[in-house]
Design a protein around this ligand. Structure first.
Ligand SMILES: [Fe+2]
Length: 379
């Protein structure tokens, strides 16, 4: 059955997000107002206010002004705003559960009004810690039936969704570089969403990634976030810094008489921003298939086209593995695969959980990874 996005799916996702966010906001505000007027409200008024105020006010800061070179106090305020935004991941399900429990057991209201903010706060702290602990080097062996013997054991290291910007800075990029160096991979692939901003502001932070020296080089495809700033500027930046940019095109890696074709496409939705930049697997792999085909495509949604054009392995990202539990369930509504190694017909796909994080510097249940993929031949 096709997993492609349909208008009805979009309505379900948009309706769910608006409904859940609205219910949570309403509950927090209602609970604060109620306790202000309640004689017995002294105990958890502080808890309610501590969640309602940052929830309603600071989140706005995250989206106000995108100048990467703004004053440090403003950048810190925006980071705090992102953390408040991330707290929604816990507040939404906790609010839903608590409202059901209050409806069933009215006497539990006071207890829950204390527990919900406490659990939410604990989850926020844990997810901040998990995000800063990453990324981790993960290792996966992928068996490709027709892989030339010369490429048996070939290692590709994948960096995806690094999102260099407000919350991913020099220290985090250094950790990524160290992991890639440890991996001893033959090639590096960058599967999109590498930054949130322009090369003029973030180019220096990206330089260590471009300076990686693997035997067969570095390959880059755009993600949707490159198109939110300037995809063309990033394409020029990576080209000028020695990275192979694959825009509906491919490169061939040679070992003696054997070869491996690495193709790459523009982001699945690139044409919605730049009409000419459609994603085309057909253009990436022109002519008859002559060897194993590996496709770099930011979004797993490209899988149907990959199957059509006999791709053996697609490497994707975009999902962040959900980034913060339980968002992985929402991601599943929009993408056919969320994390790890999967298959559709004869095409395998590895979906990275992402190397950085978008927005809130938080992760829970979906660790950030530098994915080391070892190809194994059955020949
Ligand atoms: Fe993305």
């Amino acid at each position: 059955m096709s997993q492609r996005k349909t208008p009805s799916k979009l309505y379900i996702i948009a309706g769910s997000v608006i409904g859940l966010f609205g219910l949570t906001a309403w509950t927090l505000i209602w609970s604060t107002l109620f306790m202000l007027w309640s004689r017995s409200g002294q105990t958890h008024l502080g808890f309610s206010m501590s969640m309602a105020l940052p929830f309603c006010a600071l989140q706005l800061a995250a989206f106000l002004g995108r100048d990467q070179n703004a004053e440090e106090w403003w950048l810190k305020l925006r980071r705090l705003g992102y953390i408040c935004l991330g707290s929604l991941a816990f507040l939404i399900p906790l609010t839903l559960v608590s409202r059901v429990l209050v409806a069933l057991f009215p006497s539990s209201q006071l207890l829950l009004s204390v527990l919900v903010p406490m659990i939410a706060m604990g989850s926020v702290i844990a997810s901040l810690w998990f995000a800063r602990s990453g990324p981790f080097l993960t290792e996966t062996t992928i068996v490709l039936p027709n892989l030339p013997k010369a490429f048996d054991g070939y290692k590709i290291v994948q960096i995806s969704d690094l999102h260099i910007g407000l919350t991913v800075r020099e220290d985090y990029v250094s950790k990524v570089v160290k992991l890639v160096e440890q991996s001893h991979a033959d090639a590096v692939v960058l599967t999109g969403d590498m930054s949130d901003g322009l090369p003029a502001d973030l180019g220096e932070l990206m330089k260590p990634i471009c300076s990686l020296r693997q035997h067969d080089g570095i390959y880059f495809v755009t993600g949707n976030h490159e198109y939110y700033s300037s995809a063309q500027e990033w394409v020029e930046y990576f080209s000028e810094n020695g990275v192979n940019v694959l825009q509906n095109s491919s490169s061939v890696i040679v070992r003696g008489d054997a070869s491996l074709e690495i193709g790459g496409v523009n982001d699945h939705h690139a044409h919605q921003v730049v009409k000419e930049d459609r994603s085309s697997v057909a253009d990436a792999f022109r002519g008859d298939k002559f060897t194993t085909r590996i496709l770099l495509a930011h979004q797993p949604l490209t899988i149907d086209k990959a199957v059509q054009y006999q791709v053996d392995l697609q490497l994707s990202g975009h999902t962040h593995g959900g980034q913060i539990f339980p968002f992985n369930f929402l991601v599943k509504l929009q993408q056919p695969f969320v994390y790890g190694l999967d298959r559709r017909e004869d095409t395998q796909i590895y979906t990275s959980s992402g190397t950085g994080f978008w927005g809130p510097p938080m992760r829970l249940g979906a660790p950030a990874e530098v994915a080391l993929l070892t190809l194994q031949s059955t020949n």
